[in-house]
Design a binder for this molecule. Structure first.
Ligand code: MF3
Ligand code: CO
Length: 264
């Protein structure tokens, strides 16, 4: 069942999302070569607490941390560890928080220092794919149109979309209906209405979309070990169209120097 949010609920979700944006902004400043992903998690835990919010991931189905840190061939759900960030790594950071009873969920893929062209391009395609999906959030349109638009764009760039994990509705629970795949057929799926709030999250692979789950039961890696990128925002469909609660409203192409750290 899809829960449509009232205007008031969307305002509360906007407050929740604003806090997540601040967490990302602060975090981005502190990420450095040599830092461990566990240190990132500790930093995120403090930043979330500083926003009078609670981590949405910790304890979710037994997940042990506040953040997912997925490096290079890791797609999503990487568990923070003693692994140190290296120059050239492609780092995806996924954070969810709960504020005033509402969840916001967002992910960014950043390059650590200078990275190769393909890593930069993959991160850029994942980010742009989110905006292409967001543009399909129109009253009466179907979720399958959004899915198909993302798939068509990503595959047109020569990359693939992950099939085994999908975006989702979001609100009081992190995962609500409907599912929001990054692949699909136009004219299928739920009809969109004002009050729908979706976490759109393109997961893009440089090679094949096939994935494996590691022994830790969480970390998702590409089967061919090629690079993957992930970008996610919480987006509300309002009377004035889609509003990106956790990120910039408009896509803008990033400049080369922004990619030394990635784009928010
Ligand atoms: N953004 C991810 C999702 O939508 C985060 C889930 S990680 C988990 O599924 F640990 F909380 F499951
Ligand atoms: Co999500």
């Amino acid at each position: 069942m899809i829960s449509l949010k009232s205007k008031h609920e969307i305002e509360v979700m906007r407050e929740s999302a604003k806090r997540l944006k601040l967490v990302f902004r602060e975090l981005k400043r502190s990420i450095k070569v040599g830092m461990t992903t566990l240190e990132i998690d500790q930093k995120v835990e403090r930043l979330i607490a500083g926003q009078q919010a609670k981590p949405a991931f910790k304890g979710y189905r037994g997940y042990p941390a506040c953040v997912c840190t997925s490096i290079n061939e890791e797609v999503v759900h990487g568990i923070p560890s003693k692994r140190k960030l290296k120059e050239g790594d492609l780092l995806s950071i996924d954070i969810g928080l709960i504020y005033n009873g509402y969840v916001s969920d967002s992910a960014r893929t950043w390059t650590v220092g200078k990275a190769n062209e393909e890593a930069i391009e993959l991160a850029e395609v994942a980010r742009r794919a989110l905006y292409i999906g967001m543009a399909q959030m129109k009253v009466g349109n179907r979720v399958g149109n959004l899915s198909a638009a993302i798939q068509e764009y990503v595959e047109g760039q020569g990359f693939s979309v992950i099939r085994d994990f999908v975006g989702h509705g979001i609100g009081r629970a992190m995962h609500e209906d409907p599912q929001v795949p990054n692949f699909g057929k136009p004219g299928t799926g739920a009809k969109m209405e004002v009050g729908m709030v979706l976490a759109i999250e393109p997961m893009v692979a440089a090679g094949s979309w096939e994935v494996d789950i590691m022994e830790d039961a969480w970390t998702v890696v590409t089967r061919d070990h090629q690079l993957a990128a992930h970008y996610e925002d919480t987006i509300a469909l309002t009377e004035n169209g889609p509003q990106n609660l956790t990120g910039p409203q408009q896509y803008e192409k990033s400049t080369a120097d922004q990619f030394q750290l990635g784009v928010l």
